[in-house]
Design a protein around this ligand. Structure first.
Ligand SMILES: Nc1nc2c(c(=O)[nH]1)N=C([C@H](O)[C@@H](O)CO)CN2
Length: 118
């Protein structure tokens, strides 16, 4: 199965388990792989026949602005669920990194896979 990619998407959201984190926005960096058969879109050169990565990126930024989760796990799970429903995505792999969380780490975070690759 082919994959549509969104890599290194920087978003701002309220995220964190500590009291001080409830008062600020922090940066998350997302990588997303989406299963798709790109042949119909490629044959007709038509974005309407594929997963539009611009529309999906905008939906992710809207979601980040609307939500206030404690855990990166919750952010990833709810986002994956929303994207799968809204864009009829059969399978995805989502990595959520929180770069500022641990001083001596480049990033911490979570990676999930949901659905089936036909
Ligand atoms: N598995 C997780 N552990 C921790 C999380 C998290 O979201 N998932 N979050 C925090 C704090 O919010 C931390 O990022 C603040 O620096 C701690 N552990």
């Amino acid at each position: 199965m082919d994959r549509i990619l969104i890599e290194g998407l920087n978003i701002e959201t309220v995220i964190g388990v500590y009291d001080w984190e409830r008062e600020i926005s922090q940066r998350l960096v997302l990588d997303l792989e989406l299963a798709a058969d790109v042949r119909p879109a490629a044959a007709d050169d038509d974005v309407g026949q594929t997963l539009d990565y611009a529309a999906i990126s905008q939906r992710i930024m809207d979601f980040a602005a609307e939500t206030r989760f404690a855990l990166v796990e919750t952010f990833a799970e709810r986002l994956a669920d929303k994207l799968r429903k809204e864009f009829a995505i059969s399978w995805l792999r989502l990595t959520v990194r929180k770069p500022g969380a641990i001083a001596n780490a480049a990033a911490v975070g979570v990676r999930i896979e949901r659905g089936k690759t036909q």
